[in-house]
Write a protein that binds this ligand. Structure first.
Ligand SMILES: [Zn+2]
Length: 558
């Protein structure tokens, strides 16, 4: 609804206020390979000091540094929208006219916004726009001519971050004294104040753009991503960026990542070899194996190598082998001093999503995604087999209880109760797991789901996940398969590693589990805390509610 019209509040839809002299619907999403087109801002407590149910323009006080921070975003070409819950309208504490006077005062002090989106409802209205529901984010993206995944929302409470995530947008939490500690713990991205949030948004946006082109043409690029399926999948966008700037891409991966490597677009050839300084259960370093690996890497005849790692892994041992293999342009992230092992030594702050972290290394090596390629996870279509016909129509919910690291798996008794609750709510549930997880999937599925344990390899699982209306899964490979297919995720996320780095990327997500549990940031492979408290307390009804937030209804539809 436009600000210049009278407003009989529609019960279930957000109100859109675009000023009359601005286009009410923006241009089509830019195909430029940037992370963000738009920044969405919560109003009270984020842009201006929170005065409860304020209908008085005289009481509008911007937070410190707001005007300059917003102007930085405007200069950078980002569009701005305000997304705000104003239940004071539903409760009759102020009128629509008073609210518009407040908004006019906000624009007088902070400059113009490209759109205003207001939820006028109360919690009791059951609307789909009151944050943490994602409706305002969807409406803002539509109004600004982009998609939620190209938006980042800044807010001061968990409802803001929840709404962003449920729409597949990024969310930055800027806590105030009223922000609850558990909301801070659960947020994947936290900034100290609005100017700091803006600075980091602009830094991340800039970091995926190469500042210099590669020095000389790249015929063959060797890219490296060791470790598990999830690690390989989140590196996909960066590998596509390298592939866009190289004639041929050879990927070195480990045995545990091989199945995922087969699914990645842009890879021409795969070398599989374990790296004892990366593998979680490494064998001894074998001189002959290292010698033959070095020879094999030399035979690739690469003009450039880009070594991708996680924040706790070292690229340097491999860089030494690559030097010995004769490769003279090597790029990697390294906080440790690399001496002459690296030509591009890249550094990234903690907390950046793994796909962006890798994209920023590709950029430092001179590569970016081609125009039109979104910075999202993708799989090769020709590598994913047809879904088994006996699974019925699409629209089921996949529950994947296991994980290669038991610290990140859902306790079977919790998974069993989740299956029961989902079935009671009318969802059709498929329980998936690897060959070594059959006992667990059989037990969990007995509560009302279909047991697919051990029936698929990773590509087959990708096919099943792609036709789901949602997946319920821990921090493990299938969450990233879902992200690649655009399938919403209920993330039962053990906080052993940062959610902001490893959470499902650019896909509608609801996070459940205790983000402040004692296993937080331990990187433990098996839970160090008796009772696995981060996930054992997940309430199955919260999973049902999460699916509702993600607009996944029981009975098959999405
Ligand atoms: Zn609403």
């Amino acid at each position: 609804m436009r600000q210049d019209q009278e407003d009989p509040y529609q019960r279930r839809s957000a109100q859109v206020y675009a000023a009359a002299d601005r286009a009410s619907s923006g241009s089509v999403a830019s195909p430029r390979p940037v992370l963000y087109d738009a920044v969405l801002l919560d109003r009270d407590g984020t842009l201006i000091e929170d005065v409860p149910y304020n209908g008085d323009p005289e009481k509008v006080r911007p937070v410190p540094g707001a005007r300059a921070a917003l102007d930085r975003l405007r200069v950078a070409g980002l569009r701005l929208a305000v997304v705000t819950n104003q239940s004071g309208l539903a409760r009759g504490y102020f009128s629509g006219e008073q609210m518009r006077a407040v908004h006019a005062r906000v624009e007088e002090l902070l400059g113009r916004f490209d759109a205003w989106l207001v939820c006028p409802h109360d919690d009791a209205d059951g609307c789909d726009c009151r944050k943490p529901a994602p409706g305002l984010v969807y409406a803002a993206a539509r109004e600004l001519g982009t998609t939620p995944s190209r938006c980042v929302l800044v807010g001061d409470i968990g409802r803001d971050v929840g709404a962003a995530m449920a729409a597949g947008a990024a969310g930055v939490l800027v806590p105030t004294p009223v922000t609850r500690p558990e909301e801070v713990a659960a947020a994947g991205w936290v900034a100290t104040d609005l100017p700091a949030a803006v600075a980091e948004i602009l830094r991340r946006q800039q970091a995926v753009q190469p500042s210099t082109p590669p020095t000389g043409p790249v015929r063959t690029a060797l890219v490296v991503r060791s470790d598990s399926a999830g690690d390989v999948l989140v590196t996909g966008p960066a590998i596509r960026a390298v592939a866009a700037g190289a004639e041929r891409v050879v990927l070195l991966c480990g045995p545990r990542g091989r199945a995922a490597a087969n699914l990645l677009p842009g890879v021409d050839e795969i070398i599989e070899h374990p790296l004892p300084w990366i593998d979680p259960t490494p064998g001894p370093v074998d001189r002959e194996a290292m010698r033959s690996l070095t020879e094999r890497l030399g035979a690739v005849d690469a003009d450039q190598a880009v070594v991708f790692t996680s924040f706790h892994q070292s690229a340097l041992p491999l860089a030494l082998l690559l030097r010995m293999a004769g490769i003279d342009r090597i790029a990697a992230i390294s906080d440790d001093y690399p001496g002459s092992l690296l030509d591009v030594r890249h550094r990234v702050p903690v907390g950046v999503p793994e796909p962006e972290r890798a994209l920023s290394l590709a950029a430092a090596a001179g590569h970016r995604l081609p125009d039109g390629d979104e910075p999202v996870l993708r799989l090769r279509r020709d590598a994913v087999p047809p879904r088994p016909a006996d699974l019925g129509e699409p629209g089921y919910v996949v529950l994947h209880p296991g994980s290669a690291a038991s610290s990140r798996a859902c306790p079977p008794e919790v998974a069993t109760r989740i299956v029961g609750a989902l079935t009671d709510a009318g969802h059709r549930v498929l329980v998936t797991g690897g060959p070594d997880e059959r006992a667990v999937t059989a037990r969990v599925a007995a509560a009302g789901g279909t047991d697919l344990g051990g029936r698929t390899d990773l590509a087959g699982l990708a096919a099943i996940v792609a036709d789901a209306s949602a997946i319920v899964v821990g921090n493990t490979g299938p969450a990233h398969l879902a992200a690649a297919a655009g399938v919403p995720v209920v993330s039962l996320f053990a906080p052993t590693v940062p959610f902001g780095q490893w959470g499902p990327y650019r896909v509608p997500t609801v996070r459940l589990g205790d983000a402040a549990a004692p296993c937080r940031d331990t990187r433990a492979a098996s839970c160090p805390i008796p009772g696995h408290p981060c996930l054992s307390g997940v309430d199955p009804d919260d999973v049902v509610d999460a699916l509702r937030t993600l607009a996944v209804s029981g009975g098959g539809g999405r």
